[in-house]
Design a protein around this ligand. Structure first.
Ligand code: ARG
Length: 568
């Protein structure tokens, strides 16, 4: 914030390149030291003087011709510290936010750049796992952040809807399907059928042959097999949709792995033409030893294509048919090697863009109460149950806090689900996350409920104060002058930079941490200031700060995929 003005101010007196000046500018750690600082160490050579002397001399010159946004410049050691003129900045920032409203922090710079985000990508007939939740919510937040920065975003659900396991499921369904009522909790029943197949096949190995034949029938498009497969997809999706609705996430495309079945031969052909394909023990592979990676398997010796082949076909489809400029994959860190291989093969095929525009956005594992949730080892924890429990806990808290709330159910859902989402997104995405019930739902901690609650508090203040934005005059701000509100205003002013950083790093936690800071500083302000007391003019100014804070918090909640409510 105001970096540009500081560059303007400084470039009259020093001969460094403006970009370098801008890069050198720092924000002092101690707020009392000033709002912006210019370190003079790099100038020592040019001026042939010690940095502290340079800073002192510059201070004198600069103070004689200060731009109106600056209050003063002070030399401290080798630094030249600048203090902004508070009234001017406060009026400026508040007027900006008021004008931009919900578009505050948005940018048009990337207009037209198409980004395909591969996210969620759950597997048919298997539980919606916790790593899929992470992919869904991190992907959704990145999509929102990218959209706000002007990118043209496509959210793609790359469903796991193909593979030999469907042969097993078909056989299981034929044999025991009548014992399972698939009209509700279908995914659990399909999973049970799958587990049963594996158990029974241990006793009767012939079942495995049957399953192979069933998958072959599916590949050949035989009607009965295809009908069953479609049914599994339909009932699984109907259930996933419920979870997506609860999470408030929508997709632009559902393009499962099976969508690429008829596009695989062309990929293989292209690889062969380009001399990349080799036969190894009957399988078709692309050798990647020159890049210190194991080979990328394209086709197994039995003729089946693989996960990687489908990802190659999908990447080329997204690029060539869907017109994507950038391909982003929000998938767990355990698939790092897979994506390195796929991206390298794309590059070797002559797709120069692949090196820069294919991006794997990995994330760590999520634990619930310190436990890994895994569908293996029979320890199945369903995401749906976790979400339902979170809503229940939230309901209990709201019942206690605000028993007269008219839309308790809606609020409990938004707060419970929000707690899980925020707990996920507030950590650097590459770190593992532990979800602890009491912590995530604590209304005073660094949590989703805390942010949502602060938003509601701000809304209620504006209602009580009958805030009228038209009455605010940014040219004469007198009632916002304490240190706490100064920190708050500066923080709000920095939001566009926060968005840039979140975009660059593909990391929603940048936004989550920022909004926690905003809430904490606001609450400090709220606890020390009588916002609705005093002259009407001052009240309007203070409420304008409240309104700007509310705008920014609401925006962050939206970006992260949480709902905001006027009352909690
Ligand atoms: N369905 C896969 C899984 O559950 C994730 C797919 C990720 N996306 C991709 N294009 N490979 O592990």
């Amino acid at each position: 914030m105001y970096r540009q003005q500081l560059v303007e101010q400084l470039k009259e007196y020093i001969s460094l390149d403006t970009a370098l000046i801008s890069n050198l500018i720092e924000i002092p750690k101690e707020e009392s030291h000033g709002d912006l600082a210019f370190p003079c160490f790099q100038l020592a050579k040019e001026f042939r003087k010690a940095p502290n002397l340079i800073a002192a001399e510059l201070a004198e010159k600069v103070n004689a011709g200060l731009l109106p946004i600056f209050e003063k410049a002070v030399a401290v050691g080798g630094y030249l510290n600048f203090f902004l003129k508070r009234e001017a900045v406060v009026g400026d920032v508040l007027a900006n936010i008021g004008q931009a409203g919900e578009t505050y922090g948005d940018s048009e710079e990337r207009k037209g750049l198409k980004v395909a985000i591969d996210m969620s990508s759950v597997n048919i007939a298997k539980p919606f796992a916790i790593h899929h939740l992470r992919s869904t919510m991190i992907g959704n937040a990145i999509a929102n952040i990218y959209t706000s920065q002007g990118y043209d975003v496509m959210k793609i659900n790359h469903l796991g809807d193909w593979g030999t396991s469907f042969g097993k499921l078909i056989v299981a369904y034929r044999n025991w399907g009548h014992e399972y009522d698939l009209s509700d909790n279908a995914v659990r029943k399909l999973l049970a059928l799958y587990v049963r197949f594996n158990q029974e096949a241990e006793q009767r190995p012939a079942l495995e042959d049957e399953a192979r034949a069933a998958f072959k029938a599916l590949e050949d498009g035989e009607e009965e097999a295809v009908t069953l497969w479609k049914k599994f997809i339909e009932i699984s999706l109907a259930e996933f949709e419920k979870t997506y609705r609860l999470l408030n996430v929508e997709f632009d495309h559902y393009l499962g792995e099976s969508f690429y079945n008829d596009k695989m031969d062309a990929v293989e052909e292209e690889l062969r033409e380009k001399g990349l394909l080799e036969t190894s023990e009957g399988a078709e592979i692309v050798d990647l030893s020159a890049y210190d990676m194991p080979p990328c398997l394209i086709r197994k010796s039995d003729g089946a294509t693989l996960y990687a082949t489908r990802d190659l076909a999908a990447a080329l489809y997204r690029k060539r048919a869907m017109g994507a400029d950038r391909l982003v994959y929000v998938v767990g860190a355990e698939q790092k090697l897979h994506f390195r291989q796929v991206f390298k093969v794309l590059e070797l095929m002559g797709n120069e863009w692949a090196e820069k525009e294919c991006i794997h956005v990995p994330f760590g594992t999520m634990f619930v109460d310190g436990q890994r949730l895994s569908s293996r080892k029979g320890q199945v924890v369903f995401l749906e149950d976790v979400l339902r429990k979170a809503v229940e806990v939230a309901r209990g808290i709201i019942e206690e806090k605000n028993p007269d709330l008219p839309n308790k159910e809606e609020v409990a859902e938004a707060v419970g689900v929000g707690a899980i989402i925020f707990n996920d997104l507030k950590n650097n995405r590459v770190n593992d996350v532990n979800f602890v019930w009491d912590e995530a739902l604590n209304f005073d901690g660094e949590t989703g409920p805390y942010v949502q609650y602060t938003y509601a508090r701000l809304s209620s203040l504006l209602r009580k104060g009958e805030y009228d934005s038209q009455a605010f005059d940014p040219g004469s701000v007198t009632a916002i002058n304490g240190d706490v509100e100064w920190s708050l205003v500066k923080l709000l002013g920095r939001f566009p930079n926060v968005m840039e950083r979140a975009t660059e790093q593909y990391d929603p936690s940048v936004v989550a941490k920022f909004v926690i800071d905003v809430c904490q500083i606001f609450n400090r302000y709220y606890n020390t200031t009588r916002i609705l007391d005093g002259e009407r003019d001052g009240i309007i100014q203070k409420l304008t700060l409240v309104s700007a804070t509310r705008t920014v918090i609401g925006k962050c909640l939206h970006l992260l995929g949480l709902r905001s409510m006027e009352t909690i």
